[in-house]
Design a binder for this molecule. Structure first.
Ligand code: SF4
Length: 480
């Protein structure tokens, strides 16, 4: 099966040309389908399609075939069924985050797409709508014959999200900070903290208060690493009630489109404005590896749905909301793992879908970030969304190596690990590396800010912000 799948990607151009010819010719079979009746035709074609496309493409019969726009690599083989580009968890060797022995489907898709049209912009820069699961198992050949709808019924797409940030009143302090970057290049600082394993909100508030005056917003992770904690919606609401600006992270791993819309509406009712949309880590990495991953949506479609709720006051179903939630939407990017060209296309899809701030994975490799930003600037994406680069520190070379080996999507060059290992005080050296990284990032055109990350390491992160000269601590701020 794998061999044939590889063969199909290698022969992507030939198969793509064949596909186009067959699609053009297929409607001639309409009288036959009418004679048989659509359901009988379905009964005949679906098993045939399953056999043939199963053999050549490992087809999963999703009912909304995208092979011709994904280099003849079926995106439904992706461990998270990503249909709008790769997740951020692709391993250094190109292995899938979910199935390490399998090559990331999107690496195949990128190669196949380049074979179809060398050097062209991928046809899949357009957003692929969320899958209509009722179509699963249905024949797409029959759709080609009857020229019927190929995708899930979606309300008519809204006009592309307007980049003009000053057109309306900002809904949050983070949105104001992003506008200040666009207008005056004021550098943004955000930080990430994990919600507690307790119903007591006080320790969370205390940890967040350590960043008083130092950051523009505090991200609350949503089951990061697939480990269970207090819900991000609840923790973000706790911070809002305490007068602290949160970014509520919302992942697609644990909720379907019904649950996620209800959660975001609830968060908005509790005063949460900033929502970071992400796909989510695979469950195998966390403390509940036996859990069932959902992945009904990907981050691009989650953004699209939330933008529809905000701008058009409607659910994904098209049903109107009584009142639109006030939201400032963001997304993630990982410039540090392949496929690199697709990373920028994926970012553009997220910005088209409504993301106005972007937070990246840990940056330990400035060269890769510079390459990414060059491509971002070439597409003008830095003027449509604030790109906030992830920076962190770890206490030892051992911890860095562990992260590089065990956290998919994190790339740590050997030179960085060696420098920390050779230091007399590895923790202090880690802080120096982070500060130097921030200074270097400030010189890269288009970088709007930094996003500090470090598990339960608030005092060190506050120290980095101050040492890098980003903000001055107030008297009550506790610095390590
Ligand atoms: S690495 Fe991510 S995008 Fe690639 S196949 Fe695996 S889950 Fe899908």
């Amino acid at each position: 099966m794998k061999l044939l799948r590889d063969w199909s990607v290698r022969r992507a151009r030939m198969l793509w040309q064949l596909y186009r010819r067959v699609c053009a010719w297929a409607p001639r079979l309409q009288p036959v389908v009418r004679g048989l009746g659509e359901e009988r035709a379905q009964g005949l074609l679906a098993p045939l399609e399953r056999q043939l496309k199963g053999a050549f493409f490992d087809c999963r019969m999703c009912g909304d075939c995208r092979l011709s726009s994904t280099g003849m690599a079926c995106p439904m083989n992706c461990g998270k069924q990503m249909r709008n580009g790769p997740c951020g968890g692709v391993r250094a060797d190109g292995g899938c985050e979910v199935h390490p022995g399998m090559r990331c489907v999107w690496l195949d898709a990128t190669e196949g797409d380049l074979r179809i049209a060398p050097g062209h912009t991928p046809t899949w820069t357009q957003r692929v709508p969320a899958l209509d699961w009722r179509l699963q198992g249905r024949s797409t050949w029959l759709q080609a014959i009857t020229v019927s709808r190929r995708a899930a019924p979606e309300p008519a797409p809204a006009a592309p999200a307007a980049p003009a940030p000053a057109a309306q009143e900002a809904v949050s302090a983070l949105e104001r900070a992003c506008r200040a970057w666009h207008a005056q290049r004021r550098f943004i600082v955000t930080v990430e903290i994990a919600p507690p394993d307790s119903p007591d909100p006080r320790p969370l508030i205390e940890r967040a208060r350590r960043f008083h005056g130092l950051v523009d917003a505090i991200n609350i992770t949503d089951g990061a690493g697939a480990n269970c904690h207090m819900s991000s919606v609840a923790a973000a609401s706790v911070l809002t009630a305490a007068g602290i600006e949160p970014v509520c992270q919302v992942g697609c791993r644990d909720r379907n489109r019904i649950a996620v819309q209800g959660d975001v509406l609830g968060a908005a009712a509790l005063g949460v404005r900033n929502v970071l949309c992400l796909t989510g880590d695979d469950v195998s990495q966390g403390d509940h590896p036996q859990a069932k991953p959902v992945f009904d949506l990907d981050a691009v479609n989650l953004l699209h749905i939330l933008r529809g709720m905000r701008d058009e006051a409607r659910y994904a179903s098209g049903r109107p909301l009584e009142q639109a939630p006030r939201l400032f939407l963001g997304a993630t990017a990982n410039p540090f793992v392949a496929p690199f060209a697709e990373r920028v296309a994926n970012l553009e899809r997220k910005i088209d879908a409504g993301a106005r701030f972007i937070q990246t994975q840990f940056c330990f490799d400035l060269g890769l970030l510079e390459d990414f930003m060059r491509a971002v600037r070439a597409r003008g994406l830095h003027e449509r969304a604030a790109v906030i680069v992830g920076v962190g520190t770890l206490p030892s070379a051992k911890a860095l190596r562990w992260m590089a080996d065990h956290v998919p999507g994190v790339r740590v060059p050997e030179a960085v690990t060696d420098r920390i290992a050779a230091a007399a005080d590895p923790r202090a050296e880690g802080v120096r590396v982070a500060v130097e990284t921030i200074h270097a990032l400030r010189r890269i055109e288009g970088v709007a800010g930094v996003h500090l990350m470090g598990h339960r390491n608030e005092s060190t992160l506050a120290r980095i912000i101050v040492d890098a000269g980003l903000r001055t601590p107030s008297v009550e701020t506790e610095i390590a």
